[in-house]
Design a protein around this ligand. Structure first.
Ligand SMILES: [Fe+2]
Ligand SMILES: [Fe+2]
Length: 251
């Protein structure tokens, strides 16, 4: 396995590792994002067992000990499994996550105390980079789920939202909604909680120019339209499910 590096927006680097034996023949990518600034932030730690690969990739961009912040979407192995390995190599690094994530997992799991972020709170990385944390509970899964948004480049670090298979180009301006629906049909990874469509639609006014997918390419284009279309699809799925349950209860 190798980890490829691409700059997907000014000062934002995608570290991508392709694993062909997940969902073959298409395979599956695991991506982390490094946001450069005076205080560099990495979004996702990657799997614990991929730590060596990811550390060596990051070292091609900055010295790993320069890392200051580590964010992630929700508590799962690919999102934050290597947290303590990163905290060990980067003595000034601190994990940062929402109140729920810190309360239920990170306060105990991380070897150093995390920074607790309120919904909408910004970490100013310096160098013009500002990263905002936004709560998206149960969206696409995980009570603690959230995303991060880099304001200067209008890049939404959207975690598992828009998950897709395959190992295409690092950047695409093509459709990201259709492939996300296909992956949802295959993996059934979303919670389908009633608030899911609303949580995704709430991100659309950010009007992101780049959507940085954890699994798939990064998308450049009308991020608001893509988010709205994805929200509509989840509203439809949740509505169908509620209708089915309602009919069963009424029967
Ligand atoms: Fe996940
Ligand atoms: Fe993930």
């Amino acid at each position: 396995m190798e980890t490829k590096i691409d700059e997907i927006a000014d000062g934002i680097f995608r570290l991508s590792t392709y694993v062909p034996n997940i969902a073959p023949p298409a395979g599956f990518t695991f991506n982390q994002f490094l946001v450069l600034g005076d205080e560099p932030l990495m979004f996702h730690t990657g799997l614990r067992k991929m730590f060596g690969l990811n550390r060596d990739a990051l070292a091609r961009i900055i010295a790993p000990e320069r890392l200051r912040w580590i964010g992630y979407g929700h508590y799962e192995a690919d999102e934050c499994g290597a947290m303590n390995e990163w905290l060990a190599v980067a003595p000034n690094a601190q994990a940062a996550h929402g109140a729920t994530g810190c309360l239920v997992s990170l306060n105990d799991f991380a070897d150093r105390a995390p920074r607790v972020l309120a919904d909408g709170e910004v970490i100013d990385l310096g160098g013009g980079k500002r990263v905002r944390f936004i709560d998206t509970p149960h969206t696409p899964h995980g009570w603690d789920a959230g995303v991060m948004y880099e304001e200067s480049t209008r890049t939404l670090l959207c975690g598992d939202l828009f998950t897709q298979l395959g190992n295409g180009k690092a950047l695409t301006d093509g459709d990201v909604v259709g492939p996300a629906i296909a992956a949802e049909d295959l993996f059934k990874y979303s919670a389908l909680a009633p608030g899911m469509g609303g949580a995704i639609r709430r991100l659309a006014p950010l009007a992101p120019r780049t959507l940085a997918l954890m699994h798939g390419p990064s998308f450049v284009g009308d991020g608001a339209a893509a988010l709205s279309a994805l929200a509509d699809e989840y509203d439809r799925r949740v509505g169908d499910q509620l209708l089915t349950v309602g009919l069963r209860v009424a029967a």
